[in-house]
Structures are given as structure tokens and as C-alpha cells.
Design a protein around this ligand. Structure first.
Ligand SMILES: *Cc1c(COP(=O)(O)O)cnc(C)c1O
Length: 410
């Protein structure tokens, strides 16, 4: 039989073409290493974009998942779900929060945060307060609400008009946001350390000023700690540096160490509008997710782990500053917090990632011509040294390429 000609508009793999994928695939992972189908071993400083905080194939997480898989996979939130109350208590005990809702992803937690804010205002007699103030360079996921809260035109264009209630502020500019907060403001939504935006930290003073501004105007302060939370910055939550507590906080990524789970945490006051029937989820807080997340949280809250993150992060930054002074033509700036490290480049960041891959080092991209290092939090100093050696070779390759490519602009 003659083979049917492939329709050129249909991708060969039948997968919606929304991902700009790196041509790599992996068979298995172990700790900070990924074993490629190409037979190569890669040092992983992406960790599934800050997800595999406890490394690949972590035996504690494997055991938790296996044990639960043999008992119960799913019932429904119409029943009490094993593990939910335990995880909620764990999260509330170590944070500002009183209550917690479990989701399957980060963006669903953001979606709920926005609902909580509007419902809070509406329940206290101010239904006109619907505005969520977000920031340039931020990322909150891909639901309609999340893309408009972040306001990145690359993610909103073509998806219809901007819905009512989304306002954009310049990140870090206090006067600008002071002028924006008013009688229609429901909440301010901010990443204390921007991830996708290129590892940009809000200053402690700025977060404290946002806290005051919210208190003054009856708005909720909401932190998206989906990427920067859970030990990534060297404290369990990034907001702890400033001491400015939020009313609502979103988590996901490291919470399941690779098992899909997110959470939206709130004070009892902020969540006061969320009564029976106002929200729900089929899979959110499912027994498998709870088993893995409880095991992950027990590890992530160990003081030794945070100490380790600070130690390895300090080493990284010190060594990266050295690389920056040896390669000022390649590295423009080293930024971020803890093991959410951004390197702003003078050369093209996509090309830099390819050069790193040639060294069998995986790094993530980021806004502002950055690359990000987001290694598993359990990466050892020796493994960090190996990553830095590979980064040095990567800088050499970037320099050689820049020398071979005459600059177009002056
Ligand atoms: C990854 C991320 C999200 C979205 O999480 P998903 O699980 O992809 O929906 C939201 N906010 C921040 C800061 C993130 O890094």
C-alpha cells in the first residue's frame, strides 16, 4: 500500500507546536545527572525549572510514591483525602498562612489567588475592588488570568482583549505603584525574586513598602513563590528575607519534586470569602500528590538543607564573580538569590546555552538576556565545581564565537 503523504501543517509527532524544544531527550536521572538517549551524561542545572529540588530519582520520594500507589490513587474532594490535612498543617506551621488549597500546577494556584482576592473584597462589601496589580518581567503561568496578571505581550497577544482588572506596574519602582493603588485595587501580585524575568530580586525595603501600601489601602499582598519558594533562595520562603508577610502565597514546582502539585496559602482573613462551593478541583490534592509532597516537605524544611543551599550558593556566586572579571566580554552581571542564579550575558543567551550543552551542562534561559542556574538544592560543592568548570569552557566558546562573528551594530 502506498504511504499516505503527510499533511505539512501537521507536526510529525502530532504534538501542538507550542514548545521551542532543545533536541535532547533523557532516559533516566540520578541526583544532579541526566542520562541522555545520546549516551551522554549531563550535569543538570535546570532541574525541570526549579522542580527537582531534591534531585532526580530521590529514593525518599520514590518510596513515598510507591507506598501510596499500592494503597489509593484517587477518590474525590467530596471525601477527606489522606495526606491533605498533614500537608496543610506542615505548610501553615512554617509560614504566615492559616489555610491551604491544593492544585495540580502553579498557574492554578495563581488563578485561585486572584479569585481569593476578589472574593475577599466582594465579601466585605467592595465588589468594585477587582484590580490585580502585577509587574513587568513577571511570570505567573498560562491561564487567561495568569497571563494578564503578568502582562507579557508575548503571552497575551491574540488571546482576546485584556479582561477588566489587570494593571501593570514597573518592578521595583515604589513611586509608580503608590500612584496606582486606589479604590479599585484588590491585590498586588509579585514574585519576591522573579524567575523567568531573569532572576531579579525585589529589595527587602520594596516588599516592606508594598506591605504598608496594602495595609493602608485594604488590598491583599500576594506572593508568587512558585519558583523562588521552598528553599531555593536559601530561606524556606523568599519573603523571609524582608520579613514582609503576604496575605496569600502560591507554591508549586519544588513542592512535589517532579510530581505535579501546587498550593495556594492564605491567612484566614484573606480567605474569608471562600465559602463552601466557591472553588474546587477534581485532582487537586490527590492522594499520590499528597504522599509525595509530604515526603518532599519533610526534606525541604530540614535546617541542614537550607544551610547547604547557602553554602553552595555562596560558592557559586563567588566563583561566578571571578568568571565575570575574567570574561567581561561575555558576562555582564551575576544576580539572583541562593540557588536561583541569573547570569546576564553580553553575548546571546540562546547561543550560550548551546555552548553549555556542548559541555554536557544544562542551564535555563531567562528574560533580559540571562541564563539561569537552578540546580537541585542537593547539589554538592564538588558538583558545583564541575558545573563552574563547564561554565568556564562555555565562556571560552562564547568569546571565540563573538570574535569570529563581526559585530553588526557599532
Ligand atoms: C512556573 C511558574 C508558574 C507556573 O507554574 P505551572 O506549574 O507551569 O502552571 C507560575 N509562577 C512562577 C513564578 C513560575 O515560575
Amino acid at each position: 500500500m502506498a504511504e499516505q503523504a503527510q499533511d505539512p501543517t501537521v507536526p510529525a509527532d502530532h504534538i501542538l507546536g507550542v514548545y521551542k524544544r532543545t533536541p535532547l531527550s533523557f532516559e533516566r536521572g540520578e541526583g544532579v545527572r541526566l542520562f541522555g538517549d545520546d549516551g551522554e551524561v549531563y550535569l543538570d542545572c535546570v532541574a525541570g525549572i526549579a522542580v527537582n529540588a531534591l534531585g532526580h530519582s530521590n529514593p525518599i520520594l520514590i518510596d513515598a510514591l510507591k507506598a501510596q500507589a499500592e494503597k489509593l490513587w484517587h477518590v474525590s474532594n467530596i471525601y477527606t483525602i489522606p495526606g491533605q490535612a498533614e500537608l496543610a498543617k506542615r505548610l501553615c506551621d512554617v509560614s504566615f498562612a492559616d489555610v491551604c488549597f491544593f492544585t495540580n500546577s502553579g498557574t492554578e494556584a495563581v488563578e485561585l489567588a486572584i479569585k481569593i482576592a476578589r472574593k475577599y473584597q466582594s465579601a466585605r462589601g467592595a465588589p468594585e475592588r477587582i484590580d490585580v496589580i502585577g509587574f513587568d518581567g513577571s511570570f505567573h503561568g498560562r491561564t487567561i488570568a495568569a497571563i494578564h496578571a503578568a502582562g507579557n505581550p508575548a503571552y497575551t497577544d491574540g488571546f482576546g482583549p485584556i479582561p477588566a482588572g489587570y494593571v501593570q506596574a514597573p518592578f521595583g519602582d515604589l513611586d509608580a505603584i503608590k500612584a496606582m493603588v486606589g479604590p479599585t485595587t484588590a491585590a498586588i501580585l509579585i514574585e519576591p525574586v522573579q524567575g523567568e524575568g531573569g532572576a531579579r530580586s525585589a529589595s527587602d525595603a520594596y516588599l516592606r513598602a508594598l506591605r504598608e501600601l496594602c495595609d493602608e489601602h485594604g488590598a491583599l499582598l500576594m506572593y508568587d513563590e512558585i519558583q523562588c519558594g521552598l528553599g531555593r533562595t536559601g530561606k524556606l520562603f523568599a519573603y523571609e528575607y524582608s520579613g514582609a508577610q503576604p496575605d496569600v502565597m502560591m507554591l508549586a514546582k519544588a513542592l512535589g519534586g517532579g510530581f505535579p502539585v501546587g498550593a495556594c496559602l492564605a491567612t484566614a482573613e484573606a480567605a474569608s470569602g471562600m465559602t463552601v462551593g466557591t472553588h474546587g478541583s477534581t485532582y487537586g490534592g490527590n492522594p499520590l500528590a499528597m504522599a509525595v509532597a509530604n515526603a518532599a516537605m519533610a526534606e525541604l524544611t530540614k535546617p541542614e538543607l537550607l544551610q547547604h543551599v547557602n553554602d553552595v550558593a555562596g560558592y557559586f556566586v563567588q566563583q561566578l564573580e571571578g568568571l565575570k572579571s575574567r570574561f567581561p566580554d561575555v558576562i555582564r552581571d551575576v544576580r539572583g538569590k541562593g540557588l536561583l542564579i541569573g547570569i546576564q550575558l553580553a553575548t546571546n543567551n540562546r547561543a550560550f546555552m548551546q555552548h553549555a550543552r556542548d559541555q554536557r551542562l544544562l542551564i535555563a534561559g531567562g528574560g533580559d538576556n540571562c541564563v539561569r542556574l537552578l540546580p537541585p538544592l542537593v547539589m554538592t560543592r564538588d558538583e558545583a565545581r564541575e558545573a563552574l568548570e563547564k561554565l568556564e569552557k562555555t565562556c571560552e566558546a562564547a568569546r571565540a564565537e563573538a570574535a569570529a562573528t563581526p559585530a553588526v551594530a557599532s
